[in-house]
Design a binder for this molecule. Sequence first.
Ligand SMILES: [Zn+2]
Length: 295
Amino acid sequence: MSFSSDVKKELCAIECEKDCCQRAEAYGILYFGRAFGKDDISIMTDYDFVAQKYKNAIKYLVPSEPEEIVSKSGKITVSVNSRDERMDILNELGYSGNEQTMRLLTTNIEDECCFGAFLRGVFLACGIVTDPKKEYHLEFDVTFKSKSRDLTEIFEGFPVIPKLSDRNGVNIVYFKDSSHIEDILTVMRAHQSVLALINEKIYKDVRNKVNRKVNCDKANIKKTCEAASEQIRAIEKLIDSGKFEELQPELKELAKLRLDNPEMPLSELGANLSTPISRSGVNHRLKKIMEIAAK
Ligand SMILES: [Zn+2]
């Protein structure tokens, strides 16, 4: 099961509390289905629960027995085969059936409470949401440009801004911002899916922090190693030039300790001297050794 199908399953289980919302949901799934006009009213879907919701939407509006056909590949098509029934559905939703271009009728989305229900219907008909583990992406695939523009307009006044694009003749209304996707799922009342999305966001955030810490540790180790190899080169130079024996006893002791322990941190070097000294004391003495070697 994909994240998209989980969301749709969750949406299909929601019961509308009010008649106005039930009507808005039915309008959303019918209007944004595969076809909505006097010659064809139908939907094509991969999911039997969406097919059932579509049938319920039709039956809520008019007395009808929609036909269901399942293809070999498992695609389900639900359609209203009677012309009279199609006309009844269109009339019921405020259309004459003779429109040149179908436009969205906001009269079918009466109240603020209906917006989420309408969007739920639209999403069931033509929505896709990508698994947030992969990326943040939610889209509505709309067959007509006018319908995609109407859908974009309906988001005006809502704090999410959809983008429009065209993919092989299909008009895509899409969202890329995780907080917008969260808002849309919330308004559709897909609460489980919202939680899944938020959990994924938290997980990603923690993982990024851990990665940054690991990278930082790696960088620090690299820096320490580079410093130590510079010190060792300086000490070897002193040995080669015969200057090593001339070093003050405390510098000589530290130099020997460093040669034997190339990876030892400064604080440990200090603790292992016959008279232990601090990290900054070790740093000071090593600098002195390198200065002498440089001369
Ligand atoms: Zn309502």
